[in-house]
Design a binder for this molecule. Sequence first.
Ligand code: NAP
Length: 494
Amino acid sequence: MSATDQPSHPRENTVVDQTPTQLLIDGTWRPAARGGTFPVEDPSTTRTLCSVSDATAEDAVEALAAADRAQNAWAAHPPRERGEILRRAFETITDRHEDLALLMTLEMGKPLAESRAEITYAAEFFRWFAEEAVRIGGDYSVSPSGKGRMLVLRQPVGPSLMITPWNFPMAMGTRKIGPAVAAGCTMVVKPAHQTPLTMLALGHILTESGLPDGVLNIIPARHAGEVTPPILNDERIRKLTFTGSTPVGRRLIEQAAPRVLNVSMELGGNAPFLVFDDADVDAAVDGAMLAKMRNIGEACTAANRFYVHRSVAEEFTTKLTERMRALRTGRGVDDSVEVGPLIDAGQLDKVVELVDDAVARGARVVTGGQRGDGPGHYYTPTVLADVPTEARLLREEIFGPVAPIVTFTEEHQALQAANDTEFGLVSYVYTRDMQRALRVSEALQAGMVGLNQGVVSNAAAPFGGVKQSGIGREGGTVGIDEYLETKYVAVGGL
Ligand code: NAP
């Protein structure tokens, strides 16, 4: 059967057909200025799902103009009502959970169970920031001299450009849109070209939930580099928030520099996963499966390198290998599937290249190590042992179902190896020794640590990285700060 002849389930067609495929500008769904479109592919079949309007630079500037026109009224909108719009959107996402999960699986490839989990996680940012909208504080105090008063208020930053990746097509959006709506910022969102449908479906839900025209504008585009510079060069933009790779993040920071834009960056990772000799090895294997295989390994938080104490390395490797071998790979729409395809041919080629490089340098393939069957972009779940320090996959994000294992004997060696990277998003530690747990957590150069836990994501916690993994935090009580400026008023005459 050729890729284009793949059968599709009637419900698959329905969820795609009911999703908007045009640009959302100033509350109106409309085609791109020059009428262009681009195809959205199902990575499990390489079949085209539908075509989506391809925004031009002209559309981008119109979207920013709409956001700018809406800004003042939106900032003055009662915080309680801003929160209630988010709350209604949370309820609607929850009601449409199944359709949204199917849509996400179709364009991104992850198994349905993972899409459902992402929808729950994504919706949680709306619930969380619905509650935060009414808790934007300020301060009033007596000046230390006793003369005059100090008034401190928080005001929305203003129109924001949000650029999101394909790996968590909804959650990476709600983690920005939620706090921006709560704070009173308007926005232009540019979703990844591989997964625009989930974002367009989210835009539809937010407009249905009562978000005023112009507050949220969505401009899918095939060539991001053509539509975002006109926005970044425009004096009406006030903020850039980006989730994606570190190289693109660096370029965007440069583009934001001339206007000294407020920037938030959620960038790449290279998470170490440390298993000490006193760890509960079964729990470590459970955690490793989550940290490695969530999202088919295509997560910024994915465990990229396993450092395992020599005394437990054999047991850990054997148990992890059994679990990886037992995983069922296939089209994510099949409920029994646990591993879907990678996002596209380029990502699959990168994983093949990194594994080949490690093997050429002496790594041993314990399981997997090859492309999967079928027209989709499949790679078999892989465990590599005896991985040498020079292997590229210990330094670069793998973004695939590959677990490289390196052994160590001393705590300081494990820490040194874990920190030997330009990235600093998350680290995982398995140990039953409390002193070591705290000592190692403090010494790891990372914005987040999973302590005896393979997943750290939580809408109520501050998510973000240090070093070249980013600037700023999303979620938690600090998440809204990214969309607020502090204003100090010096009050005289008292
Ligand atoms: P990417 O290639 O950097 O793309 C991310 C977004 O940036 C997409 O919307 C992309 O648009 C856009 N983009 C690409 N080049 C651009 C340019 N020159 N100007 C403006 N926008 C541009 O990353 P990805 O492959 O989608 O996502 C994977 C990366 O994201 C990984 O490195 C992962 O670690 C990181 N990530 C980080 C976090 C975090 O919270 N720290 C979370 C998730 C993912 P197109 O789709 O059109 O290319």
